[in-house]
Design a protein around this ligand. Structure first.
Ligand code: MUC
Ligand code: MG
Length: 367
């Protein structure tokens, strides 16, 4: 169970359809595959998605921090010493997706060592989640057509609409078109990625007051301290904090400061160990949670699913588990399959997924 090596491998897989949102756009999955090797010959895997517009990390930076700091610090620890691993990695500030991928690869390796699924090690509440699909910026017609395709092909009936453009009518028209097309058949919520001011967000939410939204997420920056409190105090739907809460301490600050009433948990930024800390905090505070997507590939999605399905609160709402559908290819031997609007955890040990060596050879960018 001793860690002998940690690899950080860059790869790039293009998106068939880029995702556009208020804080950036993604055209290719230029991620880092993390592999934790043990002295038993077990290899645990996870992926880190660089999101410079959210966390300041880059692909090169993720590899450097793992190669130069985390791999030597963690060598010799056993897979049970995840708290020690976290304490060692926390000597370095920031780098949330690099730390999380190492943490999750350790959990995958632990599951493979014990012949147990990660979902069962974490809590085993259920083995599946309903799927919520994210609709990136486009015209109302194109976004309605994508929702129709997602409903027909995968049975998805929960949609998160990216908003935050100016004028606000570009976005409110999309949400209205979706509600008019599908009526009560779908659940809808919006995510601004900090794009609007508090006043724009308040006006947009008034324009959408009759559209039965489930949540509103990060409509304006949390740094607009008073504006955000003012906005949240007048909403009648939970306000999800996402990129404004990279740590449990941030959750506490945002919620106690009146700037958030729900949170997005992303395993890509808090791993499994840190996500449990955030989840238990949310439970104690009585917050709604949604399992978010860091525009993950299939490996990252398998991580989100394992964590979300393992716990009662995280499996209550549809999880954001479908961004990988827009990628041209992926790294797994057997692709994840969304059926009847759900994604089920695979039966195998650990995360239940395997990396296809031929695909890794094709897409890695360090050879
Ligand atoms: C999301 O929920 O915001 C886009 C930016 C980011 O940090 O995550 C994605 C999805
Ligand atoms: Mg978000």
């Amino acid at each position: 169970m001793k860690i002998t090596a940690i690899e950080a491998i860059p790869f790039a897989i293009p998106y068939r359809k880029p995702l556009r949102f208020a804080s950036g756009e993604v055209h290719a999955a230029e991620h880092v595959l993390v592999r934790v090797h043990t002295d038993d010959g077990v290899v645990g895997v996870a992926e880190a998605p660089p999101r410079p517009f959210t966390y300041g990390e880059t692909q090169t930076g993720i590899i450097a921090v793992i190669d130069q700091l985390f791999a030597p610090q963690l060598a010799g620890l056993t897979l049970l010493e995840r708290e020690t691993a976290r304490a060692l990695m926390d000597r370095t500030v920031g780098n949330p997706t690099a730390k999380s991928a190492v943490d999750m690869a350790m959990w995958d390796a632990l599951g493979k060592t014990l012949d147990l699924r990660v979902v069962d090690l974490l809590g085993a509440f259920t083995d599946r989640m309903r799927v919520s699909h994210m609709l990136g910026f486009d015209s109302p017609e194109a976004m309605v057509a994508e929702a129709e395709r997602m409903r027909e092909a995968y049975g998805i009936s929960t949609f998160k609409v990216k908003v935050g453009r100016s004028p606000i009518e570009l976005d409110t028209a999309v949400v209205r078109a979706l509600r008019e097309r599908f009526g009560a058949e779908i659940e809808l919520y919006v995510d601004g990625n900090r794009g609007w001011t508090a006043a724009e967000a308040a006006r947009a939410m008034r324009q959408m007051a009759d559209l039965d939204l489930l949540f509103a997420e990060e409509l304006n920056p949390a740094d607009d301290v008073l504006g955000r409190r003012w906005l949240v105090s007048q909403l009648d739907v939970p306000f999800i904090a996402d990129e404004s809460v990279p740590t449990a301490a941030d959750v506490t600050r945002e919620v106690l400061g009146g700037s958030a009433t729900a949170i997005s948990i992303k395993t890509a930024r808090t791993g499994f160990t840190g996500s449990q800390q955030v989840l238990h905090l949310a439970e104690g505070l009585g917050l709604e949670v949604v399992m978010g997507n860091q525009i993950d590939g299939q490996l990252g999605t398998a991580c989100t699913l394992a964590f979300g399905a393992a716990h009662r609160l995280t499996s209550r709402r549809a999880g954001e588990l479908s961004n990988f559908l827009d990628m041209a290819d992926d790294l797994l031997t057997e692709p994840l399959e969304i059926r009847d609007g759900e994604l089920a955890v695979r039966p195998g040990a650990g995360l239940g997924v395997e990396i296809d060596p031929d695909k890794l050879d094709r897409y890695r960018t360090d050879n």
